[in-house]
Design a binder for this molecule. Structure first.
Ligand code: ATR
Length: 268
């Protein structure tokens, strides 16, 4: 690869994206001349943008909301994970110039849990939310053999659809009983309304771990609710970095050494 390597992230909106900062740091650390830009792409320009980005020598793209589902239609090859969840966050190109759609969100979540010593195997896990964010992590968590993997959602009809879609992963609806929940993952956008509350108090205690897939200000409301029960709460900044590292690996066959890359600026 001669000259700068063209990469980017597409979304609508996109101004808030931390991906350019993260991916540029990865490139720097591995001595690659990376030109990673954020592109504001609206839905009706998605196909044209993806096509011309790769036709013009683009090497890889990250995809964020609202295009994670739609971008899959414009890929030639889907990874197994994308086949399962129906959404992608990474596009790359193979030697035959075919576009491959992959999803690294689930792997990113698992890696961050492992870095934070959040155990998943044999644990009772509840995912709140049934949208794209929730779906992107379900297969990866299920593969870790939790004791129970449950989902709850504001709209019950979506729970039914999810159970059907992931029937091979032993996903269950939330069971209201006296069993404590070990890990509660917030995959909803409920906190955007300025308040977070979920009626599961009797199954929470000081050992319960709380994880929010969003980060920074967006996780504040969930944290303030979680703090009533336990001090173990984490936002999704580590997952964001880890999913980015897996995308980088798909493009360059090298996994950035996260312990050596200073991304403290993201915690501000
Ligand atoms: P994403 O891709 O981020 O998952 P999404 O697919 O729009 O976004 O899903 C948003 C999730 O947040 C859904 O589970 C939604 O619940 P509904 O299916 O009932 O809409 C959930 N959500 C959004 N606002 C909420 C609120 N105020 N209270 C509870 N759940 C909420």
């Amino acid at each position: 690869m001669g000259g700068q390597i063209k990469l980017g992230v597409i979304g609508d909106p996109i101004d808030h994206s931390l991906s350019p900062l993260i991916q540029s740091k990865f490139g720097e650390a591995l001595g690659l001349e990376v030109d990673y830009k954020a592109f504001h792409v609206i839905d009706r320009e998605l196909e044209k943008f993806i096509e011309s980005f790769f036709a013009d020598g683009g090497h890889g793209l990250n995809v964020t909301l609202p295009h994670k589902l739609n971008c899959v239609r414009f890929a030639d090859i889907l990874s197994n994970e994308v086949e399962l969840i129906g959404a992608a966050n990474t596009l790359s190109k193979n030697r035959n110039n075919q576009i491959i759609a992959s999803s690294t969100d689930g792997m990113g979540f698992i890696r961050d849990c492992s870095e934070k010593n959040i155990e998943l195997s044999d644990k009772r896990i509840l995912i709140l939310g049934a949208g794209g964010a929730s779906q992107s992590i379900i297969p990866s968590i299920a593969r870790m053999n939790p004791a129970k993997l449950m989902v709850d959602n504001r709209s019950p009809d979506k729970i039914e659809k999810l159970l059907e879609k992931f029937s091979s992963f032993r996903l269950r609806p939330f069971e209201r009983n006296h069993e404590p929940i070990d890990l509660v993952i917030n995959a909803t956008s409920a906190a955007l309304s300025g308040n977070f509350n979920w009626n599961i108090q009797s199954q929470l205690n000081e050992e319960t771990v709380f994880y929010d897939l969003s980060y920074g200000k967006a996780a504040i409301e969930y944290f303030s609710w979680a703090s009533k029960f336990s001090d173990n709460h984490f936002d999704g900044i580590g997952m964001l970095i880890a999913q980015a590292a897996y995308s980088f690996e798909l493009w360059f066959d090298k996994f950035p050494d996260l312990s050596k890359i200073n991304l403290d600026v993201l915690n501000k």
